[in-house]
Design a protein around this ligand. Sequence first.
Ligand code: V47
Ligand code: SF4
Length: 380
Amino acid sequence: MIMENPQELILASHALTPELKTIATKVFNQERISFNEGVYLYKHANLSYLGALANYIREQKNNNYVFFNRNFHVEPTNICVYTCSFCAYSRLIKQREEGWELSIEQMMDIIKKYDGQEVTEVHITGGVIPKQDLAFYTTLFSEIKKHRPELHVKALTPVECHYIFKKAKVTYTEGMKLLKESGLDSMPGGGAEIFDKEIRDKIAGGKCSAEEWLSIHEIWHGLGMQSNATMLYGHIESFENRVDHLERLRQLQDKTKGFNAFIPLKFRNGNNDMSDVPEVSVIEDLRNYAISRIYLDNFDHIKAYWAMIGRSTAQLSLNFGVDDIDGTIDDTTKIYSMAGAEEQTPKLTTQQLVDLITQVKRTPVERDTLYHIVKDYSVN
Ligand code: V47
Ligand code: SF4
């Protein structure tokens, strides 16, 4: 028997259970998989099957393109009123001498260091402290826009927004409007952790709830704006918790279409209160990227954040549904290096990013934050 195409080849595999055949058929027919099917994939699907399906979807959505951008981070502080047990980075207010707390002037000095360089995005997020309130951020964003109007400001997660809006006694809608007017262009995906209440309370107790996280993104999207979403995985959550997280994101995306990219974040266990929890294997990372790609049929992009996962796994992930590996970063974030990630000084030139992508036979594309093409490397 001669098989005409890879889809037939996958469906003809003797190793497939009827459930896996049904899921593959759905994917090839562009149909959505259910919650139970998502859990089934986590429990029973092997890596090559998942890779084949996720790669098929990636190709349908993004051809041969792999995206990256020229970005840098500013982390206003690592002092934090919260005590998430996975966080290696934050210090309590009473330990403030061990941390940093930047003024607006100090942050503008960092931004000015990039004058004349072709960066397109500054990513601003960090700890949560009373001093860095709503007025602090609206002043910062308007200063940045005054200095460099075309620099895209991607900043503040719902964790920070919830805190600063409550303190300023404004509603989420009023607060988001003020941030938009002052120059905020989009929101990063952080603070999502895992939406399940029981697990969230255990690892990130006290900060905004899943409902609040989703509501702030929904309001932001309602203002015509875009954002990203993340999931912190590979700690004490179950597969059901992961699919529940994906399901809630998929439902919101159906409503608003405001998410650009989904970024799975692997739990790193260095120097935190969960160091006794082992990290999952690279195989599990790849399976998780692939299942995310399969489940989130209404997300255009799945990102492997190379600073967290390491550049080799980021390259591997490109065969498991991923089409974006984030940016140059320029050694400006400490969140992952402090939690023991391989990349202790995360910094890549655009040429290095292009090389990582061409080594796996994909086409590098520099994008801006909202996925407009800045440079397509297949075109001379
Ligand atoms: O919310 C903190 C995670 C997030 C650890 O939107 C950890 O483009 C693993 O969201 N192990 C912040 N994860 C970073 C983030 C992000 C990063 C890159 C790009 C974008 C984007 C967003 O980092 C936190 C938390 O989930 N985190 N500590 C840790 N030990
Ligand atoms: Fe604070 Fe964010 Fe760390 Fe939680 S993850 S302790 S909110 S800096």
